[in-house]
Write a protein of this length. Structure first.
Length: 141
């Protein structure tokens, strides 16, 4: 069973991973259109991050960052992929895969969540945004 604090921290970590992922690939994007889309997504993730951070503080819950090993793993994988010539298509594929992982985990957490409607609403909104992001990225495949 997941309570408000655990769900808020999960949402925070989810968007933190999105921000980190975008930061890893942003210098390798070729088209202006894709760059604009990715930067818009980054901004949206930052908005979620700060909103959830505020909600955690208001509820007296300590914010938890993404575990160091998970961050390191993502960084190593991104650096390995960035060593080869990246295309917008390959970047879109990786972004879609990462976003799908976020959707799968968030959906599982929502199924186990028994907390406030406010937190559920934020999680559901993020889930819908991530689905939209995948649709937006598909045009680069």
């Amino acid at each position: 069973m997941i309570d408000d604090g655990k769900m808020l921290n999960y949402i925070r970590q989810n968007v933190e991973m999105g921000i980190d992922g975008i930061d890893q690939i942003s210098d390798h994007i070729h088209s202006r259109e894709m760059s604009d889309l990715i930067m818009e997504q980054r901004q949206k993730y930052e908005d979620y991050f700060f909103k959830v951070d505020n909600m955690l503080r208001q509820n007296g819950v300590e914010a938890e960052d993404v575990p160091v090993m998970a961050k390191m793993s993502t960084t190593v994988m991104a650096n390995m992929k960035n060593m080869t010539k990246r295309t917008d298509k390959s970047i879109a594929e990786d972004m879609i895969k990462g976003t799908n992982m976020g959707i799968i985990k968030l959906t599982g957490h929502l199924n186990d969540f028994h907390g406030s409607d406010e937190v559920s609403s934020v999680a559901t909104d993020l889930l819908e945004y991530e689905r939209k992001s995948i649709e937006d990225l598909k045009k680069f495949l």
